[in-house]
Write a protein that binds this ligand. Structure first.
Ligand SMILES: *[C@@H]1O[C@H](CO)[C@@H](O)[C@H](O)[C@H]1NC(C)=O
Ligand SMILES: *[C@@H]1O[C@H](CO)[C@@H](O)[C@H](O)[C@H]1NC(C)=O
Ligand SMILES: *[C@@H]1O[C@H](CO)[C@@H](O)[C@H](O)[C@H]1NC(C)=O
Ligand SMILES: *[C@@H]1O[C@H](CO)[C@@H](O)[C@H](O)[C@H]1NC(C)=O
Ligand SMILES: *[C@@H]1O[C@H](CO)[C@@H](O)[C@H](O)[C@H]1NC(C)=O
Ligand SMILES: *[C@@H]1O[C@H](CO)[C@@H](O)[C@H](O)[C@H]1NC(C)=O
Length: 837
């Protein structure tokens, strides 16, 4: 496997930090000089103005100025800063410390896109330890940083660059320390950006359609000069810094650098590209395909960058044909995240010449970001093999704010009650701004309050959508109201796309919900839980939804409801039921899920009316799917999550019988290392409960493993976990099945519908997995990963047998001899993958 060379982020940030102190007003080598309308340069906490080498002056921010409002006037300066202070911009040598919410407020003379650059370095101070600072930074309507801290890299300066859109005549930057912590900032720039720099709409991948980003904020995460050197702010037309691309090349040998003198670069007469987009320094260098010998294999040139899942990215590719000797001799493909971005890109017909600067933008959907990696590739045309060369001159990657109006996490800057009121003017506007700021502060505090579950509303919570279901989302009907501030379109389709593409759920009005459920028609109830009822909902276009209506009168129900939202907002997985949206109008607590047309697994095992029994292979696949979902809950999310109520009614099947784990109402985050157990009232369902949990009140992931063991026997035997109608020794499935298993006669209690299909080795593997799950002590139980492994292996054994037999029916039951288990083939090294998606 090719080694992914990743440049430590701190190096990048460091370079950015030390170089971008030159600037917008510096000598741009191009004639199109841009003069920003708004140009606020603040050296925070400094006692006097700071003059930089590039001629710019950063003014100080005395508390008396109209810029800053802070409850305590705390300024610090680093007088004897030890590390390479001479390399650092003087901007880092002072800071303002905020013990409580503090706001910088700037007058905006020209609404539109503005850069915000934030400089951070936790400089030493006797009184304040800035390394421990944890805080969030907002604008009026965007989250820029959420619970940001320096613990990981205390000695590196950090420069964050954002592009925000201002609507009114004021731009606020609000610093909010986490409870019992502080916030700080070393320097701030707020500078107008040229209107032409960022388009209002771009092509989106997938699918190829226009995507509106006019109201989104962007965070610049990568800006690369392909095949060239570091281009500093000094040589850029807009004070940007461009890094060399080599560290991001996946296979260096696949690329070679090309260079022409910058003065040979031409910009198109129609102004579709200007030096403001990127200076000639960028277009005059490129990486091109290294091996153009047709006898040899031609590779793509591949760049890989780290990306945050759940966010969309704006990718800008800069091209300029500096390698061809004649027109129309370069055709190549451009891929983003493995998807075709541009097939057969023919630069000379687009630009009508050689060495003419050209760029193209894409927004990529979060669903295409795999392993947190963003991949850009250029490579040979697939339709015409006579062209083998490909080039790329520059690359910019910008994170796009999500539907929660955030560039860092899923929490919105304000509670929804303040949204959609932008039309207020005058005093009303001022009040709204204050209210919004207050709302925001309250909301942020609520977000981090540990006992948040006790609050009575979840206005500030945003709901994710399982990104694997964006096609489902696209099929949803019109978005009648989108209170989370995304764009509205006439057709509605693209706003649905926009909302789904962000990985965040859609907002439903109560009226829509009423209509979809025929005003909560009792005969459409498809489930009931502690929180309330689940209804089948049908949208106008026929899309079916599962609509869970909270019952606010039950306190416990409310907690579970909120827990579920919190849990689901962190989780996305093919084998977890996805949340599509919510409604909180009229104090309702309504969650909208994808509808799982085949209902609970239990109904297909027993008790369901007239359902065709599942085959053994289907049961294996379903068990594997559910195991993957649980495995993801335990290991995949930021923090391990214990489901606490694993049972066959909480494993739902979609139209293709893909299993998805549902109902996180009882979920609790797994204990962290310091906190070795979580003691809570015993929850869960009788018959599935971990006996150790009863004995010691200890809840671990292994409690889910136990319950899953019961599920596996239920799948095998097709009977309930507890059946009080049966003789005493048979009431509890776990005990009963283990007795037979240990006698080596498990075959006697297998569901007769499948008994004849199961290959003995497959059964052995399956039963062994189930038995291990039911070990008395958690430590003796396997992890969900191990269980998954065994189940995958059981499926493989079954399939292998099916192929060998050629009948597809497996081996007849009579050849099965439970006592012959020891002769069975043991797992070899050719193991099935254990990985959940
Ligand atoms: C500041 O806090 C960090 C993290 O807790 C700690 O490692 C460091 O020693 C502290 N510095 C000072 C000067 O107390
Ligand atoms: C985007 O839209 C705004 C307002 O409609 C307009 O002023 C601006 O010029 C547009 N930007 C581009 C790049 O078209
Ligand atoms: C600007 O570009 C020129 C020409 O490539 C180079 O010699 C110079 O070092 C650059 N200056 C900075 C500050 O990057
Ligand atoms: C291309 O092929 C020629 C002759 O086969 C060889 O001499 C040359 O080294 C090859 N070039 C590359 C880049 O592999
Ligand atoms: C280049 O990458 C694309 C997408 O990842 C892939 O489909 C194509 O086969 C690759 N081409 C070559 C020559 O490796
Ligand atoms: C993602 O990472 C895992 C583990 O590092 C690896 O096994 C897997 O192949 C990667 N997937 C892709 C699509 O690169």
């Amino acid at each position: 496997m090719l080694e992914w060379k990743r440049v430590p982020m701190f190096i990048i940030l460091y370079i950015l930090a030390i170089t971008s102190t030159t600037s917008t007003n510096a000598i741009a080598s191009q004639n199109d000089k841009f003069v920003p309308q708004d140009n606020y340069l603040i050296s925070c906490g400094a006692s006097a103005s700071v003059q930089l080498d590039d001629g710019r002056t950063f003014r100080s921010d005395p508390e008396s100025t109209s810029f800053l409002s802070t409850p305590a006037d705390i300024k610090i300066t680093a007088n004897n800063f030890p590390t390479a202070a001479s390399l650092l911009s003087p901007l880092y040598l002072s800071a303002r410390v905020f013990s409580d919410v503090s706001t910088y407020s700037f007058f905006v003379s020209q609404p539109g896109r503005h850069w915000i650059r934030l400089y951070f370095l936790p400089i030493p101070d006797k009184q304040y330890n800035l390394t421990t600072a944890t805080f969030s930074v907002f604008t009026d309507d965007m989250v820029l940083l959420h619970d940001f801290s320096f613990i990981a890299s205390p000695l590196n300066p950090v420069l964050r660059e954002y592009i925000v859109t201002t609507q009114g005549d004021n731009l606020k930057i609000i610093f909010t320390p986490k409870k019992d912590s502080i916030a700080f900032i070393n320097a701030i720039e707020v500078v107008s950006a040229p209107a032409s720099l960022i388009p209002n709409t771009t092509n989106s991948l997938p699918p190829q359609e226009q995507f509106d980003i006019s109201n989104n904020a962007l965070q610049v995460v990568y800006r690369l000069n392909m095949g060239g050197a570091l281009v500093t702010a000094f040589n850029d037309t807009l004070g940007r810094t461009w890094l060399p691309d080599a560290p991001f090349l996946k296979l260096e040998a696949a690329a070679k650098a090309a260079w022409v003198p910058p003065r040979t670069i031409k910009y198109p007469d129609d102004k579709t590209n200007t030096p403001l987009i990127a200076p000639a320094f960028i277009y005059s260098t490129a990486q091109q395909t290294a091996s153009t010998n047709t006898s040899q294999a031609i590779f793509n040139i591949t760049w890989e960058m780290e990306a945050e899942p759940g966010f969309k990215y704006l990718i800008r590719l800069h091209f300029c044909d500096i390698i061809s000797k004649a027109l129309n001799s370069l055709y190549f493909n451009v891929y983003i995240n493995g998807m075709m971005g541009v097939p057969n890109l023919d630069l000379s017909s687009l630009t009508m010449g050689l060495a003419v600067a050209y760029y193209q933008d894409f927004t990529v959907d979060s669903s295409s970001i795999i392993n947190s990696t963003l991949m850009v590739q250029v490579g040979p045309s697939t339709t015409d093999s006579s062209y083998t060369d490909a080039i790329l001159n520059g690359l910019e990657v910008m994170k796009i704010s999500n539907q929660a109006n955030s560039l860092d996490g899923l929490f919105s800057p304000k509670s929804s009650s303040q949204l959609g009121k932008r039309t207020l003017t005058g005093v009303g506007l001022a009040l709204a701004v204050i209210a919004a700021a207050l709302g925001m502060v309250i909301c942020c505090r609520r977000n981090r309050r540990p006992e948040w579950q006790k609050t009575n509303s979840f206005h500030s919570w945003f709901l994710p959508l399982n990104s694997s279901h964006s096609s489902f989302m696209s099929s949803c009907s019109r978005l009648s109201r989108n209170r989370f501030g995304s764009t509205r379109t006439k057709s509605g389709f693209s706003s649905i796309f926009a909302s789904s593409a962000y990985g965040i759920g859609r907002y439903f009005t109560f009226a829509e919900i009423q209509k979809a459920t025929k005003n909560f028609e009792e005969k459409d109830v498809i489930g009931v839980g502690g929180f309330g009822k689940v209804y089948l909902g049908v949208l106008e276009d026929g899309t079916k939804l599962a609509i869970k209506r909270g019952n606010p009168s039950s306190d416990q129900g409310m907690n579970e409801f909120l827990t579920e939202i919190q849990m689901l907002s962190k989780l996305r997985h093919r084998h977890l039921v996805s949340l599509i949206g919510c409604c909180d109008e009229n104090n309702e607590m309504i969650l909208v899920y994808e509808f799982m047309s085949n209902g609970p697994l239990r109904d297909h095992l027993y008790g369901g009316t007239n359902l065709k029994p599942l085959s053994w292979k289907q049961r294996l696949e379903i068990s594997i799917g559910a195991a993957k979902g649980l495995h993801y809950l335990h290991t995949g999310a930021a923090q391990g999550i214990i489901h606490r109520d694993v049972k066959t009614t909480n494993i739902l099947l979609d139209e293709n019988f893909v299993a998805k784990v549902a109902d996180f109402g009882l979920s609790k985050a797994a204990p962290s290392l310091e906190q070795t157990h979580v003691s809570t009232a015993v929850k869960g369902s009788f018959g599935y409960l971990d006996p150790e949990y009863f004995r010691r009140q200890q809840l671990t992931e292994k409690s889910d493993v136990y319950s899953f063991g019961v599920v596996l026997f239920e799948v095998l035997c097709a009977r309930p976990a507890i059946n009080p109608a049966l003789p005493r020794d048979q009431v509890n499935l776990a005990e009963w099945a283990l007795t037979w298993y240990r006698k080596g006669e498990l075959n006697k209690i297998i569901d007769p519908h499948i008994a004849g299909q199961i290959r003995p080795d497959s059964l052995e593997m399956f039963a062994e997995a189930a038995e291990k799950c039911l070990a008395d002590y958690g430590v003796d139980r396997p992890s969900m990963g191990d269980v998954l492994w065994k189940l995958e292996f059981a499926l493989q054994l079954q399939e292998k047998g099916d192929i060998v037999d050629g009948t597809g029916n497996g081996i007849p039951m009579k050849s099965f001899n439970a006592s012959g288990f020891d002769d069975m083939e043991k797992p070899s090294s050719a193991m099935p993958p254990v990985q959940g998606r």
